[in-house]
Design a protein around this ligand. Sequence first.
Ligand code: ADE
Length: 224
Amino acid sequence: MRIDIITVLPEMLDGPINTSILKRAQDRGLVEFGVHNLRDYTLDKHNRVDDYPYGGEAGMVLQIEPIDRCISALKAKRDYDEVIFTTPDGEQFVQGTANELSLKQNIIILCGHYKGVDYRVREHLITREISIGDFVLTGGELAAAIIADAVVRIIPGVIGDEQSALSDSFQDNLLAPPVYSRPAEYKGWRVPDILLSGHERKIAEWKLDQSQERTKRLRPDLLK
Ligand code: ADE
């Protein structure tokens, strides 16, 4: 899979995509990233990529021309399954979105910024608009990093034990059960006896029970 990210702040993506599991996934050839500075695609002699909005609103708007030039340059090299725009008024990003995107071959993520982008970008160049939640960030870079992280970690082979991605919270609309590690007792706080029993079937039943109880208590909306 290949993920191309278009941004005015490429340095914001450096940490998230070049650290830990996402870095290892790239080193192993399981995913390829391209980060593209929108300013490299402007024809403006001062490298500007934004301008005042028509109609006199406050704030600046990312212009269509550099975005179109960047997307066209990428599309000249390969076909893309999706051109995603990160924006608080997009569809809500959930585990199902990550699962779906992880099956794609090539995707572009355009990071929104400032007041927004020229709406013609959204009308003509974008195939999907995604929000990571009902709050407003300073820009779409962190949203793009979150989408990339959630998508890449479920590509087969990226996480050592594939089971561990499948048993995540949300994969079956249930929160994950609690996990514990050594020591079995710390300051008098004990790991549940059942987990030390070695009884596989009972342990599996306990985990499911815990998942259901935690979901009912903490996220009843997931059970609807
Ligand atoms: N850009 C600013 N806020 C955002 C959000 N909540 N989701 C996606 N992109 C954003």
